[in-house]
Design a protein around this ligand. Structure first.
Ligand SMILES: NC(=O)c1ccc[n+]([C@@H]2O[C@H](COP(=O)([O-])OP(=O)(O)OC[C@H]3O[C@@H](n4cnc5c(N)ncnc54)[C@H](OP(=O)(O)O)[C@@H]3O)[C@@H](O)[C@H]2O)c1
Length: 248
């Protein structure tokens, strides 16, 4: 199966990396990117066929991943000849472009809408996707934790998982900052933050951990109460909801 990739930005390069790591032969990957230097570095780094030839990328592929912004693909689609997508599968990673619009932009293709995290690069991505043919579903499964859902589920996953990677990093960064404000070195903050969050994740049952650590009248309880009073849980929930609303 030949895999085409339109767009070698952050996510397109992550996809190349993940596909190659998951065992897809670089010879089976062909990519289009506007900027020649990006194509050159992708050829060197991944061993794939990358060029500025959009039509050849589509014509040579069985499955085409769309990894540019929606408004960019609207322009690119005008350069793709009629019939080019007949019998192919298009997997759109483009936030905010509904399946009905993709059917117009890629006539003749079977449409899959998917939303990955950039961590597909090392096959630890989270990918929500709409119904897909078995070979495409297998490709996505190999890139991390993948699950099939409705289009609305994909949009929700974009907020909760794809944006969520940024939210998670933001919270970890805030914890590191808190350590620095107490005078710890950057290295110690990074190490302590890593160990605290990893341990909490490994142990699971977050409510139980909080109650074990936050003894009645103690220092942890004071900090937790402060987070409750200042609306930290609500702020996290609002961030996910606002991201969802922006995309829906
Ligand atoms: N990053 C994420 O975590 C993430 C997660 C889920 C979904 N997505 C979706 O993935 C898509 C790409 O995101 P990204 O983060 O990879 O963006 P990015 O790093 O900014 O890459 C943008 C890509 O679009 C190309 N491009 C921009 N303007 C163009 C034009 N006028 N004509 C042709 N190509 C053009 C760029 O090519 P040049 O090299 O020539 O500039 C580059 O390949 C978006 O639709 C986004 O919603 C991203």
């Amino acid at each position: 199966m030949k895999i085409g990739i339109i767009g070698l930005g952050n996510l397109g390069r992550s996809l190349c990396s993940g596909l190659v790591r998951s065992g897809v032969s670089p010879e089976d990957i062909i990519a289009y990117n506007r900027t020649a230097s990006v194509c050159e570095s992708a050829r060197e780094r991944f061993g794939i066929d990358a060029s500025g030839d959009l039509c050849r990328t589509v014509a040579s592929s069985d499955v085409v991943f769309l990894v540019v912004k929606g408004y960019v693909y609207e322009e690119l689609a005008e350069r793709i000849p009629a019939g080019a997508y007949d019998g192919k599968t298009v997997v759109s990673f483009m936030a905010g472009v509904a399946p009905e619009r993709l059917e117009v932009l890629c006539p003749g293709a079977e449409i899959v809408v998917a939303m990955p995290t950039v961590s597909i690069a090392d096959c630890t991505g989270i990918i929500a996707y709409t119904r897909a043919p078995a070979p495409v579903s297998e490709l996505l499964q190999d890139l991390g934790y993948s699950f099939e859902t409705s289009y609305d589920g994909v949009v929700k996953a974009a907020a909760y998982a794809a944006c969520g990677l940024g939210f998670a990093a933001y919270l970890l960064g805030a914890y590191e900052d808190a350590g620095r404000s107490l005078g710890f070195s950057a290295d110690d903050c990074a190490k302590i933050t890593d160990m605290l969050f990893s341990t909490a994740l490994k142990r699971g049952d977050f409510g139980k951990i909080v109650s074990e650590v936050a003894t009645k009248g103690g220092a942890t309880e004071r900090g937790v109460l402060h987070m409750d009073e200042t609306g930290v849980p609500q702020a996290v929930s609002d961030a996910v909801r606002l991201a969802y609303e922006k995309m829906s």
